[in-house]
Design a protein around this ligand. Structure first.
Ligand code: HEM
Ligand code: HEM
Length: 216
């Protein structure tokens, strides 16, 4: 018979490494998204060409479209440089996440927790609905780590291949993958924050504070 004591539940303790990793990753991913948003909107190269030209014109300096484009491009480039610096930090955080998984207390390790829940599901008397929900959430975490892995690898590959001529085509494909996975990550974040709020308001009160204070 399944007993409540071995039923997988949310709201367990969170290690110090997990809390540091979680909130640092949150800030860094938000920072990364801000650089993309600014580079694609306010600091978009094409839309600032006229602004540069007009501004110089007011000071009686006439420049060609090409010259104005080059100035506008510099500002856009600056943002991509910031995107890359932030990207290095994100890659470092991802590595840290992989390493500290080995040192996590047994009950906080992701794959063993998932296996335990799958075993519990097979037991007579198990709360199937709750356990299935728990399994879906853990699978979503695994999917997030996979997406972060792809995003980090494609990002680092683009840095490496930037000045390599015979890599233009593959860099293009990599950039497309990188853009698609941005939306995958954004979708994850929306679903995750929505899920956490519902959990906090429902059966798992205190789940968010545990991600801050670690839990008693
Ligand atoms: C949350 C994670 C990330 C998101 C959402 C993200 C998003 C994006 C987007 C949308 C682009 C523009 C793609 C295009 O229009 O061609 C881009 C470009 C780029 N990203 Fe990321 N990225 C992330 C992480 C990283 C990481 C970890 C690195 C590695 C350092 C990185 C390096 C780059 C590079 C080198 C470019 C090309 C910039 C250029 O064309 O000059 N990104 N990123
Ligand atoms: C960029 C945004 C975010 C990302 C990428 C993210 C990512 C993650 C990941 C991967 C986990 C699972 C950790 C593991 O067990 O391996 C997690 C857990 C958690 N996150 Fe986030 N998170 C984000 C934002 C937030 C925010 C804004 C909140 C609070 C409102 C939050 C609250 C939590 C909580 C309470 C847990 C633990 C849930 C559980 O016990 O299963 N997260 N987060």
């Amino acid at each position: 018979m399944a007993t409540p004591s071995n039923e997988p539940t949310f709201g367990g303790k969170q290690s110090r490494s997990m809390r540091i990793w979680h909130w640092s990753t949150f800030i860094i991913i938000m920072g990364s998204l801000v650089t993309v948003l600014l580079a694609k909107t306010i600091f978009n190269t094409r839309s600032n060409i006229a602004l540069v030209k007009d501004s110089l014109q007011e000071n009686n300096i006439a420049v060609t479209d090409q010259q104005a484009r080059s100035v506008s491009h510099e500002f856009n480039d600056l943002l991509w440089h910031w995107h890359i610096y932030i990207g290095y930090v994100l890659a470092g955080l991802f590595l840290f996440r992989l390493i500290f998984e080995f040192f996590q207390p047994a009950e906080q390790k992701l794959i063993p927790a998932l296996k335990k829940a799958l075993n519990y599901l097979k037991m007579p008397g198990a709360d199937k609905k709750e356990t299935k929900h728990y399994i879906v959430v853990k699978l979503l975490y695994l999917f997030f780590y996979f997406s972060l892995f792809i995003q980090t690898c494609t990002g680092l590959f683009m840095v490496y291949s930037d000045d390599v001529d015979n890599m233009k085509d593959i860099r293009h494909t990599t950039s497309d993958i990188h853009s698609v996975f941005m939306w995958v990550l954004i979708t994850y974040i929306v679903v995750h924050i929505g899920g956490v709020i519902l959990a906090e308001l429902g059966k798992n009160k205190g789940i968010v504070s545990k991600m801050i204070n670690g839990g008693k």
